[in-house]
Design a binder for this molecule. Sequence first.
Ligand code: TEU
Ligand code: CA
Length: 559
Amino acid sequence: MKRTWWKESVVYQIYPRSFKDSNGDGIGDIQGIIEKLDYIKNLGVDVIWLSPVYESPNDDNGYDIADYYRIMDDFGTMEDWEELLDEMHARDMKLIMDLVVNHSSDEHQWFQEAKKSKDNPYRDYYIWRPGKDGKEPNNWKSTFSGSAWEYDEKTDEYYLHIFSKKQPDLNWENPKLRQEVYDMMKWWLDKGIDGFRMDVINFISKVPELPDAPNPKGQKYVSGSRFFKNGPRVHEYLQEMNREVLSKYDVMTVGEMPGVDVEEAKKYTNLERNELQMVFQFEHMDLDHDSDKWDYKPLDLKDLKDSISRWQEGLHGTGWNSLYLNNHDQPRVVSRFGNDKEYRVESAKMLATFLHMLQGTPYIYQGEEIGMTNVQYESIEEYKDIEILNMYKEKVIDGGEAHDKVMESIYVKGRDNARTPFQWNDQEHAGFTTGEPWMKINSNYPTINAEQAVNDENSVYHYYRQLIQLRKTHEIIVYGDYRLILPEDDQIYAYMRTLSDEKLLVVTNFSDESVPFKLPEEESFQAKGLLISNYDVDGVEDCSSFTMKPYEARVYKGS
Ligand code: TEU
Ligand code: CA
């Protein structure tokens, strides 16, 4: 298998608004990140993925970009950003930037021009259609509630927005638009960045007819995703982007791709096809809800095994996996697949073990490394996320559903769980800001914070450091192949990694019970030692059978 730096790296994601405020305005910023670079470096990570810092009216916290060449005032200046890049490179860390080009902000100059008239040269940078029978051009639903179309009175047409109406979709069919994107990418790469995370990049090619989606339940609007996920020209566009831009630089790329399956991912990440290196897939993030993200159902561990194993085996030797359990769009994993009450530390470590021992490039989302948890605020006023607020309005204010019931789904699924300010210490406002934080801080910061974690050698933080160190010193963790064992067990997730004559046995208990582990007879495994564990294990006891404590994790090396 081809060895490359981005396969051997560990990435840390920063959501700048919530990371560290340096000037007391209550909003995290670039100088705040610079202050904390040593903290991140000490964790052992090699790469930072920075969520968008470009000029934006912040309808979707920077995922609505008004100027791709400028830094948002809230976050600082271009000089601040350049200082950040220099400080990172001085520490031998790489920076990957968020590339949000499925849509722009409606405040972007292109859109301002486009809506002036039907024959404006920028009109075709976006996707416009006349109405149908006095209604929207089709029945697609926006990810953030309501129709995916917004009517523009002046030109009597609608424009498409898969996300908010302040995020009009860009028209990739237009070669001029594509060239603008490539030029912009080169501009940033020439400034010295080390790659891109590409926002919903598998949505950029739409089926040109934009047909109505099937609507068996007769809903007002339904998802049109089958007509834009992995659409007809997406591979052509990415190959073009690769040819024009990426192939000229030694950079890392990861495409965020809701609705991608293993077969498609093989195409996106097979290096011989010259597209991307990795994708963020969502299968494992979609296991604990029904077709509507707000309809929670508990995780069945067997579904997780089935999904992860398909991805591990499917991309082995063909493409490359990204590994993540958290990001700015997902609830905190320790509250989700772990237990943030009695076993917060244990389960956070167990989940980290499970993830970091897989094949792929691991991503850590800010706060994950100290075991930050979900929040539950009583009032909708405390929430800031457009997805949450629009859904609440649709269901409660306009739809008459019960406040309490809708809040329950926000507690388990809302994106703001991940967006509360980083908990640095037990001081006022968790050390995040000296002013009023832009979003309410999780009240558990007096016990869960970075200062505590750094000073406590048994903390989640130190466990992550160990996991990262192991990856750097054991090739098998990066390159070994993966095989699931005990597929039928619904509490223990166990797997074997193999690289020539070396093996790793990874055993994790996803339950809050003590459960027996027994290595299947047909497995030959000679244990040589314990690599890491989240409870004390006496010596290297025989690892063919033992009792696992709640959320216990053990990794044995052997042959
Ligand atoms: O997210 C794309 C996306 O579809 C989801 O992750 C989405 O946030 C979630 O499933 C909604 O239920 C990306 C960004 O990560 C997200 O923050 C942006 O809001 C979105 O694109 C639009 O740019
Ligand atoms: Ca600030």
